[in-house]
Design a protein around this ligand. Structure first.
Ligand code: SAM
Length: 268
C-alpha cells in the first residue's frame, strides 16, 4: 500500500491506533483497515459507539463556535487526536479568521499525523505532551506563547479527562491550567458518564478490558467539579446533545444514551 502523505515514515500500519479508530467512528478518512477492524470489534460490544463519538464531536464544534463568537481567537486543544473532520482551527476560523490553535496530544502517532497535516499552517502548532504532567505541558514554548499575549484562551478538554485516573487528580490538573489563564478565558469540557445508563455498566466493563486506554466514568457532580473557578454558562453541565443544540429536534428522545456530559465555563 502506498503511504499517504499525512502518514510519517516508519509508522507501523499493522497496529491499530486509538486516534485513527476515533477518526473512523467520526466517518473520517484518516484510518486504515487495522483501525477499522478494531472499531468493528468495539461496535459489536457497544453498537452506539459511533453515534456517541459523533455527538461528542458535534459538541466540540458548537462549543468552539460559541467561544469564538464570544470573542476568543486562541485555542489550546488538549487531547486533540488527529485534527481532521471538523478540526478546531477550521471551525474557529469560520468565525475568526485570525484564530490560532495549539494542538496537544500524548500519543506520538496522533502527533506525527497532526504535524504533517498542519505543516503549512503557521497559526497552528502541534505539541506532544501529557496532561498528567501539567507543569511540563504549560511550560512548552508553543503553549506559553499562546498564553503570553494576555488574550483570553479557550482550553478544550474534550473527551480526554476520562483517560486520567483519580490517582492523577484530574481536578487539580485542571486547576493548574485554570490558574495560568488570562481573564475571560474559557474551559470547554466533555467527559464520559454512565450516570444516565446504569444498564450499560456491564458492556462498558467488557469494552474497558479490551482497550489499552481504559476510561474512568464519572458522575455529573464530579464532572461539574472540574469547572471550579469558572462561571458555567447555560444550560450547565448536560448530556452532550443537550448543550446548545443547533435545533431542538437534534437533542433526540434519549440524550443520556450518548453517555457523556459537557459544558462550557468562563474565567471571570
Ligand atoms: N478531543 C478530540 C475530540 O473530542 O474530538 C479527541 C478525543 S479522543 C477520544 C482522546 C484523545 O486524548 C486521544 O487522542 C488520546 O491520545 C488523548 N489523550 C489521552 N490521554 C491523554 C493525556 N493524559 N494527555 C494528553 N492527551 C491524552
Amino acid at each position: 500500500m502506498r503511504r499517504p502523505n499525512w502518514v510519517p515514515e516508519g509508522t507501523d500500519l499493522d497496529k491499530p491506533n486509538a486516534a485513527r479508530v476515533y477518526d473512523y467512528y467520526l466517518g473520517g478518512s484518516h484510518n486504515f483497515e487495522v483501525d477499522r477492524e478494531m472499531a468493528r470489534k468495539a461496535i459489536a460490544l457497544w453498537p452506539e459507539l459511533p453515534q456517541i463519538m459523533r455527538s461528542n464531536r458535534a459538541f466540540l464544534r458548537r462549543a468552539v463556535q460559541f467561544t469564538a463568537e464570544r470573542g476568543i481567537s486562541r485555542f489550546l486543544d488538549i487531547g486533540s487526536g488527529i485534527p481532521t473532520f471538523g478540526a478546531v482551527h477550521e471551525v474557529a476560523r469560520a468565525v475568526r479568521p485570525e484564530a490560532r490553535v495549539v494542538y496537544v496530544d500524548r500519543d506520538p502517532v496522533a502527533v506525527a499525523h497532526s504535524r504533517l497535516l498542519m505543516a503549512d499552517d503557521p497559526d497552528s502548532q502541534v505539541v506532544q505532551a501529557d496532561v498528567r504532567d501539567v507543569d511540563d505541558l504549560m511550560s512548552r514554548p508553543e503553549v506559553a506563547e499562546l498564553l503570553a499575549a494576555g488574550e483570553p484562551v479557550a482550553v478544550l478538554l474534550v473527551a480526554v479527562m476520562h483517560f486520567v485516573q483519580d490517582a492523577d487528580d484530574p481536578w487539580k490538573l485542571i486547576a493548574v491550567i485554570r490558574d495560568a489563564l488570562p481573564p475571560g478565558s474559557a474551559l470547554v469540557l466533555s467527559h464520559a458518564s454512565l450516570e444516565g445508563r446504569p444498564d450499560q455498566a456491564e458492556d462498558h466493563q467488557r469494552l474497558y478490558r479490551m482497550t489499552p486506554t481504559p476510561l474512568t466514568m464519572r458522575t455529573v457532580e464530579q464532572i461539574t467539579g472540574m469547572f471550579a473557578g469558572f462561571d458555567i454558562v447555560e444550560p450547565g453541565v448536560v448530556y452532550l446533545p443537550q448543550w446548545r443544540p443547533d435545533q431542538p429536534e437534534a437533542v433526540g428522545e434519549h440524550p443520556e444514551r450518548m453517555t457523556g456530559v459537557a459544558g462550557v465555563g468562563f474565567r471571570p
